[in-house]
Ligand binder design. Structure first.
Ligand code: FNR
Length: 361
């Protein structure tokens, strides 16, 4: 591709050209038939926008707040593992891009730069994502390190009692050590019969017995707000409120865990209706356009997270690539708001989207 990319999908193509096949496959693929992976994107295409005309849209304001922190647009960086596979500067580059766009990055537990390196790389609001380890002391240590380094919230990912069966990683015999946060704590080197050492790491260390009662434990070891990531039903949204979480992320892990889990945009409204505004609802899965963000906001999300788009930007052009991906999505969202008669995010309502029968459950 000679010309500069003009949208997120073109960044994906640049990333594919830049990366070794094993790493591109690791980032882009999903579990098993990859049905959920594809549906996350396709379900957006079944939602139409109902634009309103003759509204003064000479000034558009994209800014919003998440847990009280002001950000320039409702677009945050989802936690994704091992950014050094995409670019030598890894999460430090991603964090700097997020900071320069004045938005929040959620650093992954499985990052290839440490909590401390990312914290000292730039001044910005950051959250830290965790999985629950069998050894609670390891989880506690990481949470406390994040708190000490000024991260503002803990995001507990709850859709990973084991790793989704990602067949590309198995075939490629994906080897991905580089889990810098664990150095000096535990070994991250596990070998596997079926090829992917990512799966072996998860099987050996993640706690599959994690249940609702453990949220209380997590809350007891930190003063930070706790969000849970991986809710796709109203039943679980209600439970999450009951146990006192401070926020919910509607997510199916970008189609990498349970295949045939519903497309996240198809269940967002169900969760939002159950939550009734008690805590913020964030959203991820399949965001590739500003129109997608508009649709998620119309269905009640406070903000969206981008996973693969940020990684593709990083792989293609480092820090500048991540920044350009965020800026592209911001510009597209701004355009959508102008065309739809919504000068501020508060003006985007349920009435601005039309869903085909059967899309929302
Ligand atoms: C992820 N995701 C993820 N989630 C999480 O909670 N912790 C993690 O370490 C990771 N790692 C990770 C690696 C890669 C390569 C991908 C693609 C995804 C899931 C991520 O946070 C998010 O839910 C999805 O990526 C959102 O979907 P899109 O934006 O990629 O379509």
């Amino acid at each position: 591709m000679g010309a500069e990319p003009v949208n997120v999908n073109e960044f994906e193509e640049l990333a594919r050209q830049a990366l070794p096949k094993m790493f591109y496959d690791h980032y882009s693929s999903g579990a098993e038939d990859q049905h959920t992976l594809k549906e996350n994107v396709k379900a957006f295409q079944k939602i139409m926008i109902r634009p309103r005309i003759l509204v003064d849209v000479s000034r558009i304001d994209l800014s919003t707040t998440v847990l009280g922190y002001k950000i320039s647009a409702p677009i945050m960086i989802a936690p994704t593992a091992r950014h050094k596979l995409a670019h030598p500067q890894g999460e430090v580059a991603t964090a700097r891009a997020a900071a320069s766009c004045n938005t929040i990055m959620i650093l992954s537990y499985m990052s290839s730069c440490t909590i401390e390196e990312v914290a000292s790389s730039c001044n910005a609001v950051r959250f830290f994502q965790i999985y629950m380890y069998k050894r609670r002391d390891i989880t506690a240590k990481l949470v406390q390190r994040a708190e000490r380094c000024g991260y503002k919230a803990i995001v507990l990912t709850v859709d990973t009692p084991r790793l989704g069966r990602r067949e590309a990683d198995i075939k490629n015999k994906m080897i991905a050590p580089q889990l810098k946060n664990f150095e000096g704590l535990i070994s991250t080197e596990f070998s596997s019969d079926d090829g992917s050492n990512v799966e072996a790491f998860v099987r050996n260390t993640f706690d599959a017995s994690l249940s609702w009662k453990d949220i209380g434990w997590l809350r007891s070891i930190t003063k930070l707000p706790v969000l849970i990531k991986g809710v796709v039903t109203h039943e679980d949204a209600l439970k999450a409120i009951e146990v006192g979480v401070d926020g919910i992320v509607v997510s199916n892990h970008g189609g990498r865990q349970l295949d045939y889990a519903p497309a996240t945009i198809s269940v967002l409204e169900e969760v939002v209706d159950a939550v009734k505004g008690k805590v913020p609802v964030l959203f991820d899965g399949g965001i590739r356009r500003g129109t997608d963000i508009f649709k998620a906001l119309a269905l009640g999300a406070q903000a969206v997270l981008i996973g693969r788009p940020a990684v593709y930007g990083l792989a293609a052009k480092g820090e500048d690539g991540v920044k350009r991906v965020i800026e592209m999505l911001k510009n597209e969202l701004e355009n959508t708001m102008a065309f739809s008669g919504c000068p501020t995010l508060k003006d985007i309502s349920r009435n601005h989207v039309r869903t085909q029968h059967g899309i929302l459950h």
